[in-house]
Design a protein around this ligand. Structure first.
Ligand SMILES: NC(=O)C1=CN([C@@H]2O[C@H](COP(=O)(O)OP(=O)(O)OC[C@H]3O[C@@H](n4cnc5c(N)ncnc54)[C@H](O)[C@@H]3O)[C@@H](O)[C@H]2O)C=CC1
Ligand SMILES: O=C(O)C(=O)COP(=O)(O)O
Length: 391
């Protein structure tokens, strides 16, 4: 039996992917084989010894210590695109709502409760406070044209906005899906200086942290509206506060409220609802669970953030999977050990991603259970190997 530990509420249809004859899903499990989670912060967690894979039912993996996972051969998955439509819809909803002062207007109407017959008259008299602007013809800058950014860019064009995109690392797949009416910004400064709305859809990394800072704000048009559905830490909060006070930032819409931000004026703070739709929660849960299950049972990897995609039909009698550093002569040393045990290779695949690589070897002959621990130990002695499994 394998143990799966959910660290957040995961849609039931996702957890049902783990068939009961082979898996126990238990949020109290002390030594799980797999973890499935959403935004739970894993940074202070110790890794259980059996832990083989972590599946993030969602996009951002900044809540997971990915580098330490790689060093222990723990494969981290996410679910690219599975919640992108949900985020896109909320981005569009808030672009529209903020332009029309909808949230302030609706809140004001609530204050009229108890005014009886006077309500309609008060409404007509008070509505001038909430006059908005139309978004047609305004320029939206999209930073990050991945799964979410590309959907947002295309949909904003359909709402008659001018759209300018910036993504120096855009994938070929996304580029194909992007309307050619999206203007290409060659620098991020071009987005900062020419847009009425700026929406950001990049992962939080050391390169993107604080990208909305004093220098960035100093380039922006007065009264720019900024939408941050990516991560709060992309904005330097002190600089943001100053930019709001000076009128550069007319509205800051964030899906990541904290004490500082909710106390700033002109902030619309949403309780991290970007991916919180039934459809998105189910898509993410099913995709994450399938990827984790497939990895646990076959060693095949799909949509990992720290190891390359590796998929090999199971052709031998036993499969050995080895996670290792991406350095020369690993395969040679590993196959020499197999030869020592008279193990014949039926098929093999080696793929690398950054500092780490992964080798899958199908063995043609029977591998006696008795020699498995010794074989694993022997392969582990190869310098650079971080994890060995025999499936
Ligand atoms: N609010 C919410 O509930 C959700 C938030 N997110 C956040 O949004 C982020 C983006 O999500 P997806 O679009 O699904 O990810 P993605 O991986 O499909 O797209 C990210 C894009 O950002 C680009 N990029 C990376 N660094 C960049 C930089 N310095 N400048 C410009 N572009 C850069 C990449 O090339 C890629 O095209 C996630 O990492 C996550 O933090 C994602 C889903 C839900
Ligand atoms: O997918 C992401 O990156 C998100 O931010 C969604 O987070 P959640 O699954 O709603 O906790």
């Amino acid at each position: 039996m394998y143990a799966i530990k959910p660290l957040n509420n995961i849609a039931k249809c996702g957890l049902d992917v783990f068939n009961k004859d082979l898996y126990e899903v238990n949020d109290q499990s002390e030594n799980p084989d797999g973890i499935i989670l959403r935004s739970f912060n894993m940074h202070d967690m110790e890794f259980p010894e059996n832990l083989k894979g972590i599946a993030r039912a969602g996009a951002g993996v900044n809540n997971i210590p990915v580098q330490s996972c790689s060093e222990k051969g723990i494969v981290v998955f996410n679910t690219p695109g599975a919640n992108a439509n949900a985020v896109k819809e909320l981005v569009l909803a808030t672009i529209l709502a903020s332009s029309r002062n909808l949230i302030d207007g609706v809140s004001w109407v609530k204050t009229l409760e108890g005014e009886g017959e006077k309500v309609p008259k008060l409404v007509e008299a008070g509505k001038k406070e909430f006059v908005g602007r139309e978004i047609a013809g305004k320029t939206l800058g999209v930073i990050g044209l991945g799964a979410v950014g590309a959907l947002v860019a295309n949909s904003a064009l359909a709402l008659d906005m001018e759209v300018m995109g910036f993504d120096p690392f855009i994938s070929v797949d996304t580029a194909w899906n992007l309307s050619r009416n999206v203007q290409r910004a060659m620098t991020i400064e071009q987005i900062f200086s020419s847009c009425d709305f700026i929406t950001v859809h990049v992962p939080l990394t050391e390169q993107t942290r604080g990208m909305f800072n004093k220098e960035a704000f100093s380039l922006m048009k007065n009264n720019v509206k900024i939408l941050n559905f990516s991560r709060g830490e992309l904005a330097n909060e002190e600089d943001l506060k100053a930019a709001i006070e000076s009128g550069i930032v007319g509205k800051y819409i964030t899906d990541f409220p904290n004490e500082n931000v909710i106390n700033m004026k002109n902030v619309i703070a949403i309780p991290h609802l970007g991916a919180s739709t039934k459809e998105s929660e189910e898509n993410c849960a099913i995709m994450a669970a399938r990827q984790l299950k497939n990895y646990i049972e076959t060693g095949n990897i799909k949509n990992s953030v720290n190891f390359a995609n590796v998929e090999l039909p199971y052709v031998g009698k036993r499969r050995i999977t080895i996670a290792h550093h991406n350095v020369p002569n690993m395969v040679g040393q590993i196959t020499a050990i197999l030869a020592h045990y008279h193990l014949n290779i039926a098929d093999m695949l080696n793929r690398s991603k950054g500092e780490f690589a992964y080798t899958l070897i199908d063995i043609d002959n029977e591998v006696e259970d008795a020699i498995v621990p010794e074989l694993k130990e022997k392969i582990k002695t190869v310098s650079g190997v971080v994890r060995v499994r025999v499936i």
